[in-house]
Ligand binder design. Structure first.
Ligand SMILES: [Zn+2]
Length: 239
C-alpha cells in the first residue's frame, strides 16, 4: 500500500492532534449497457426513418406513397427513445467521502455516507435516500460502481444499507484496482453543525470528521464513538 493512503485501522491518534488525512475515491465511467445500445440504435433508426420519410415526402417527385408512413414510424421511434431512452450514462465516484454524481466532468452532487438515510439496490437501480429526496443511478450502466456502493455502504453504514442476497450476488466482484483512483478535494465543513452538540462549525480547524461515515463534529464536542456509525472517533481527522 502506498504510504500516503489512509488506513482507518492502523492509525491510532487523538482527534485533536491528528493530521489531515488524504481521502480517496474511485471514478467509474458508465458502461454501454444493452439499454443504451438500444437507445443509440433507436436514435439512428428513428433518425433514418424521419430522414427517409422527409426525403420521400418532399424531395422526390412524384411523392412516394410510403413516405408518410416511414416518417410516422421514424418519429414514433424517436419519441419513444426520447421518452424512455437511457442516454444518461452518469459518471459515478465512490469512496471515502461518499458517492458523487458527475456532470460534464465535474462534481454535480456529492453525498457523504453520514447524510444517507438509506442506501438500497432494487429494480436494477442504486437508490440513495436523503432527507426529502432520492438520488439514483442504474446498475446496468454502472455495475462496478454499484458493487462498490454495496461494499462501502455495508462497511460504513450497515444499518442503513439494504439489498437482497440475490441482488448482491448478481453484482460484479470488486478488486482493488477498479475505477480511476482520485484524491478527494477538501470538504466544505464550515457551516455544518456538529452531530453531537449541534454547534455550527465556524472555523475549518475546529472540525473533525469520522473517517468511516464522514460525520462532522466540533473538536471540543467530539464523543468517543461516532453517533452515526459507531466508529471509534480517536481516528477522527481534521477536515
Ligand atoms: Zn461515523
Amino acid at each position: 500500500m502506498a504510504d500516503k493512503r489512509v488506513s482507518t485501522k492502523s492509525k491510532k491518534s487523538t482527534g485533536a492532534k491528528s493530521k489531515k488525512a488524504v481521502r480517496s475515491e474511485r471514478r467509474f465511467m458508465p458502461e454501454r449497457s444493452n439499454a443504451s445500445i438500444a437507445t443509440m440504435a433507436g436514435t439512428i433508426v428513428g433518425g433514418l426513418g424521419v430522414g427517409a420519410g422527409l426525403y420521400g415526402q418532399w424531395m422526390t417527385n412524384p411523392t412516394m406513397a410510403v413516405a408518410p408512413w416511414v416518417l410516422a414510424a421514424g418519429s414514433a421511434v424517436l419519441a419513444a427513445v426520447l421518452l424512455w431512452g437511457d442516454l444518461e450514462g452518469t459518471v459515478i465516484r465512490v469512496g471515502d467521502a461518499g458517492i458523487v454524481w458527475e456532470r460534464d466532468g465535474k462534481v454535480n452532487r456529492r453525498v457523504a455516507w453520514c447524510d444517507m438515510r438509506e442506501v438500497e439496490i432494487r429494480d436494477a437501480m442504486v437508490r440513495v435516500q436523503l432527507e426529502g429526496e432520492v438520488m439514483t443511478f442504474s446498475v446496468a450502466s454502472q455495475p462496478l460502481a454499484a458493487a462498490w456502493v454495496a461494499k462501502e455502504a455495508n462497511a460504513r453504514i450497515p444499518k442503513r444499507w439494504k439489498a437482497s442476497k440475490d441482488v448482491i450476488q448478481s453484482l460484479p466482484k470488486t478488486s482493488s484496482d477498479d475505477g480511476e483512483g482520485l484524491v478527494v478535494e477538501p470538504l466544505q465543513v464550515t457551516g455544518r453543525s456538529c452531530r453531537a452538540s449541534q454547534r455550527t462549525i465556524t472555523f475549518e480547524r475546529d472540525a473533525r470528521y469520522c473517517v468511516r461515515c464522514g460525520e462532522v463534529y466540533h473538536k471540543d464536542d467530539l464523543p468517543d464513538r461516532c453517533l452515526t456509525c459507531d466508529a471509534d472517533l480517536r481516528d477522527a481527522q481534521e477536515a
